[in-house]
Ligand binder design. Structure first.
Ligand code: FE2
Length: 232
């Protein structure tokens, strides 16, 4: 179960603002299942990317308020807050420059890159984040196809200071065998510093539970994870 993690810091649980939960009912169903599995803190992370999901603090806050009203009534000891999962594009660079960033907490910012195409400026964007005082939390490094054949990129980005966040669904083999293999390898190499569900649908919950049966999940649970940090 998930009580060893306690916090989900990557989840698309806010209704109707990205490709995640489609309704308040679906959000409630996801939260209920999470609560029953031992999660007591949820940091909702809707997508912000200029070509698909141009969310703003205002759009996220509106969706968050619709969920938090129910959450505080039904699960009084559940902490719920919001951040974003930023796609590293030009819009993100503008937000960095304008200092309009929604961190997970403290200076930790969840960021992703393209899963299919090599993004030549990704490392420069991470560097810019770090120079501005942010700590990148790299969403699902195991899912970036262009990286699979250039293993040094993992070491380079890890050594820059990014925290690698593995998806529970990868440990369940949900995205494919290669994603699972890379996730397991990064755990073996002790490079994973955070865990997230990256849930988009309540119907994916069986796979979250399946992930907790993996020996790699047990191994992760014994590591000092960002999930167990106090909120700043
Ligand atoms: Fe995500």
């Amino acid at each position: 179960m998930l009580h060893t993690i306690g916090t989900d810091l990557h989840i698309h649980v806010l209704p109707g603002i990205d490709d995640g939960s489609r309704s308040i009912e679906e959000s409630k169903s996801i939260i209920t299942q999470h609560y029953q599995s031992g999660i007591r803190r949820i940091i909702a992370t809707p997508h912000i990317r200029s070509d698909f999901f141009l969310n703003t603090k205002a759009s996220i806050l509106a969706a968050f308020n619709s969920v938090v009203e129910t959450a505080s009534k039904d699960w009084p000891d559940l902490e719920i807050s919001f951040a974003a999962e930023y796609f590293a594009d030009d819009h993100f660079v503008e937000l960095l420059e304008r200092r309009e960033i929604l961190p997970l907490f403290d200076n930790k910012v969840l960021v992703e890159t393209s899963m299919r195409l090599e993004q030549p400026f990704f490392k420069q964007i991470l560097r810019k984040m770090i120079d501005l005082g942010w700590k990148p939390v790299l969403a699902h490094p195991e899912r970036y196809r262009p990286w699979w054949n250039t293993r040094t990129i993992y070491d380079e980005i890890y050594e820059m200071g990014a925290i690698f966040q593995v998806n529970l669904l990868s440990l369940a083999g949900k995205y494919g065998p290669k994603q699972q293999e890379v996730a397991e390898r990064l755990i073996m190499e002790d490079k994973i510093g955070a865990v997230g569900s990256d849930l988009h649908r309540s119907s994916q919950y069986a796979d979250v539970l399946k992930a907790t049966e993996s020996p790699y999940f047990t191994q992760l649970s014994e590591r000092p994870l960002l999930n167990r940090n106090e909120l700043g």
